[in-house]
Design a protein around this ligand. Structure first.
Ligand SMILES: Cc1ncc(COP(=O)(O)O)c(C=O)c1O
Length: 413
């Protein structure tokens, strides 16, 4: 995927030098390659083209309006995880019938909104949630379209913090209880069970857990059909991983080849909810070196102007991101801990990295930062949220301006 190239040693995104973008827009700066997102989207579409399906882009990965709009323009539908994400989807132009709404702990207010909009489906996480949907929809005189999120008790073999499909995880209705629960719910006046859903984790790099989850949904759909409950769709969630450390990961074609033979026998429409796979590798975080401090043993602390407030993944679940100089630098290598300015020891973007010895004012690029990056940014230490730039057809557009102190304090009295 052509997310970036080096020209005479400098990192370029679709013909624009990241160093020039940093001068123009400041740092820390998120830069996204729109062409790379489009290429990825087409890759997944192509892989599934011979089976009735729809890609519902998981907004949680990156819901900046410009990214949501880009995905919509490519033909995606949306997967929202909160009313805030539903509102982003609507603002980006997605129709309610193109939105599925997932999430543990949906409040009554959120359900009211979702039911009122008439979404493609509310992916319900428990019997209690379906009861509440039924009560709200019945009071409104409508039938809500509900898919049951099933917890298939499958180990996604990903990081424990981003695994969601084990029975010890808080997500979904236990597979053993799902059939009986659907049968109990079928007579409800406010609910129509239209689908079955599962999402067993994120950054999954082996296909077997995704296959087993699809098998579980297909088997449950058949049992329900035999018992008189016919669903319209199977939603197999997202989860496909990307090669943060250069490891071999499944391609979209391999993913399709492994799940389609399983799903095909059901004849049901397929929903996919990819997030990271579509946008992860298309994002780069550009950061400037603020200070250098020697450590005992010859290592360096390279203190940069981005940290856990801009990119939380390394601190949240020990995630690895490649970090390199943005420009050609001809200096001897040094072993570096690349750390942010936030007042927390965990504020380390990369440990023990060998880089041409960095100097103050150098620019570094943190790669593969397009998913679960900017969306998790915070104002901790009263740091303003970074700017985000989308590069498309050789042009850079600010899709989120850098937060000012006035923005940051605006809600306070
Ligand atoms: C229900 C659901 N769908 C889709 C996704 C997107 O996952 P990914 O970005 O790994 O494709 C997630 C993320 O955890 C999720 O919880």
């Amino acid at each position: 995927m052509p997310t970036f190239e080096r020209i005479q040693g400098a990192v370029y995104c679709d013909g624009l030098s990241l160093a020039e973008l940093a001068t123009r827009f400041g740092t820390p700066l998120y830069t996204y390659d729109g062409g790379a997102i489009a290429a990825r989207y087409r890759e997944v579409e192509d892989a599934f083209r011979d089976y009735p399906h729809r890609l519902h882009y998981a907004l949680k990965a990156n819901s900046t309006l410009g990214i949501a709009r880009l995905l919509r323009s490519l033909g995606a539908a949306a997967d929202a995880n909160s009313v805030g994400e539903i509102d982003v989807a609507l603002r980006a132009g997605f129709a309610p019938a193109e939105i599925v709404f997932t999430g543990v702990g949906k409040t009554d207010a959120e359900l009211e909104r979702a039911i009122g909009l008439g979404l493609r489906s509310i992916n319900a996480e428990s019997e209690g949630e379906i009861e509440r949907i039924d009560a709200i929809a019945t009071a409104r005189g409508v039938k809500a379209r509900v898919a049951v999120r099933v917890n298939p008790d499958i180990d996604a073999k990903s990081h424990p913090h981003i695994s969601t499909g084990l029975k010890t995880n808080k997500f979904g209705v236990a597979i053993a209880d799902a059939r009986e629960m659907c049968l109990r719910m079928r007579g409800r006046s406010g609910v129509q069970i239209v689908g079955l859903h599962s999402h067993v984790g994120s950054q999954i790099t082996q296909l077997e857990p995704l296959q087993r989850a699809a098998e579980a949904l297909v088997a449950l759909a058949a049992e329900l059909r035999d018992a008189g409950v016919a669903v319209e769709h199977l939603d197999i969630g997202g989860g496909l991983g990307i090669p943060y450390e250069g490891q071999r990961v499944p391609t979209a074609a391999e993913y399709a080849a492994s799940v389609l033979p399983i799903v095909r026998e059901s004849g049901l429409n397929l929903i996919l909810e990819p997030g990271r796979f579509l946008v992860g590798q298309a994002g780069m975080l550009v950061t400037r070196v603020v200070d250098i401090k020697p450590q005992a043993g010859g290592k360096l602390f390279v203190i940069v102007d981005a940290g856990m407030t801009e990119l939380m993944r390394p601190m949240l679940y020990g995630a690895y991101h490649r970090i390199e100089h943005a420009l050609a630098v001809d200096r001897p290598a040094a072993i570096c801990d690349i750390v942010g300015p936030v007042c927390e020891t965990t504020d380390t973007l990369g440990k023990d990295r060998s880089l041409p010895r960095p100097e103050v004012a150098d620019l570094l690029v943190v790669f593969d930062a397009g998913a679960y990056g900017a969306v998790m940014a915070s104002n901790y230490n009263r740091r303003p949220m970074p700017a985000e730039v989308l590069v498309k057809d050789g042009e850079a557009t600010v899709i989120r301006r850098r937060q000012t102190f006035d923005d940051l304090i605006a809600l306070e009295s």
